[in-house]
Design a protein around this ligand. Structure first.
Ligand SMILES: [Fe+2]
Length: 120
């Protein structure tokens, strides 16, 4: 199998508007919301399934969400199948201005990244 056809090879990224995504892309692309708290602090919420609900069953679920600023790791949340919605909120302080990017891992469909979000 070629790597391009393997969801578990590398990071999947749908670099398009949600209405142009197929169902697999809509279900797996993480969405970042940012709330500025002042003094360089931000509340960042990452959700999977905003464009189309992703299953949350014992044999198919979102295992984790990670947040980065550029290449700087900010946090990771892991989820219990069927019992926790794939949503995570991080409160962060940054001393640089690289864009935020989130990654999520589905047990059946591999790792997916969000679009980058610039902090103002
Ligand atoms: Fe999935």
């Amino acid at each position: 199998m070629e790597c391009e056809e393997d969801l578990f090879c590398g990071v999947n990224f749908a670099d398009k508007d949600p209405e142009e995504m197929d169902a697999l892309e809509r279900k797996h692309t993480p969405v970042i919301e940012v709330e500025e708290l002042g003094d360089g602090e931000y509340r960042v919420t990452v959700k999977v399934g905003e464009y189309k609900e992703h299953p949350n069953e014992h044999n198919h679920f979102i295992e984790s969400i990670e947040l980065y600023s550029g290449r700087t790791f900010l946090g990771r949340t892991t989820f219990a199948s069927g019992r926790a919605d794939p949503e995570a909120t991080f409160v962060i302080n940054l001393d640089h201005e690289h864009p935020l990017v989130a990654f999520e891992r589905c047990n059946l469909h591999g790792t997916w990244r969000s679009k980058e979000v610039e902090l103002e």
